[in-house]
Design a protein around this ligand. Structure first.
Ligand SMILES: Nc1nc2c(ncn2[C@@H]2O[C@H](COP(=O)(O)OP(=O)(O)OP(=O)(O)O)[C@@H](O)[C@H]2O)c(=O)[nH]1
Ligand SMILES: O=C(O)[C@H](O)COP(=O)(O)O
Length: 226
């Protein structure tokens, strides 16, 4: 595991990222395999571009850790100067983020923010708002997705919350937070609520990088099978 230490160790962004060959499977009925992979990689690259830019802004010093079992994803993180934690097996998303949180605990981070690498776009104003939210001891700040999933999830301390990523995880994370005695703050943010999971998400506003990808000839949107 390689990771560049950042100081102060107040906050670590954890970005889980699948092998692009297996990513965005819910789009397999509308996108070719090659385009799905390129989409996953473009979304991942824009996440790292955004986060590394944000961390350079005054007052936003935080660490970034990618959790993956993919060598190309590890190499790309390294190009951005971002550390990676190798996911040891196919434990899935919950195991990946839990491993990231264990790493954050072992390295004395006060809080983590789990951010999936498939958001349609990023608006720094929203993240500055998220970062300025008071993080009390034993708390979560949760930004739901449009389909009641969990997009940004800030947790203090890092290993306080059992993870329930999957369908309707926004509600399940709130229930778990209550169960383990964490204060929960719900922060609905329009931009952060839009991830790209389904064909409908491709019809909504997306970043210019994704727009450009969808304009290329390799993009082929097929009729969804009924
Ligand atoms: N490290 C790791 N990241 C994962 C795993 N599953 C999902 N992710 C990441 O979690 C974020 C949200 O992913 P999902 O929308 O659940 O999965 P996806 O691969 O993007 O799309 P689907 O295959 O359609 O579910 C993305 O950044 C994924 O790359 C996993 O098993 N391990
Ligand atoms: O938000 C979640 O729990 C998972 O990432 C899956 O949800 P999604 O359908 O919004 O990707």
């Amino acid at each position: 595991m390689k990771h560049q230490e950042k100081s102060p160790k107040d906050l670590l962004f954890i970005v889980p990222m699948k092998d692009p060959k297996r990513a965005k499977s819910r789009l397999s009925n509308v996108l070719t395999d090659g385009t799905r992979q390129r989409l996953a990689l473009t979304l991942y690259r824009q996440t790292l571009t955004f986060l590394t830019g944000l961390s350079k802004q005054a007052g936003c010093d935080f660490g970034i850790l990618v959790v993956t079992n993919s060598q190309p994803i590890t190499n790309l993180a390294s190009d951005f100067g971002v550390g990676t934690l190798q996911q040891s097996d196919e434990g899935g998303l919950n195991a990946a983020v839990a491993a990231g949180c264990d790493w954050a605990t072992a390295h004395d981070y006060r809080s983590v923010c789990i951010l999936p690498a498939d958001l349609a776009d990023h608006d720094s104003k929203e993240y500055l708002r998220l970062l300025s939210c008071a993080r009390t001891d034993r708390s979560i700040i949760i930004c739901p997705s449009q389909d009641q999933g969990t997009n940004a999830l800030m947790i203090t301390p890092p290993n306080a919350l059992p993870f329930c990523y999957g369908a309707q995880s926004f509600h399940r994370h709130l229930e778990e937070a209550e169960h383990v005695g964490l204060l929960a703050v719900i922060l609905p943010l329009e931009g952060i609520s839009h991830d790209i999971d389904s064909a409908n998400d491709l019809a909504r506003p997306v970043s210019s990088a994704i727009r450009n990808l969808l304009k290329t000839r390799s993009f082929r949107i097929q009729e969804a099978r009924s």
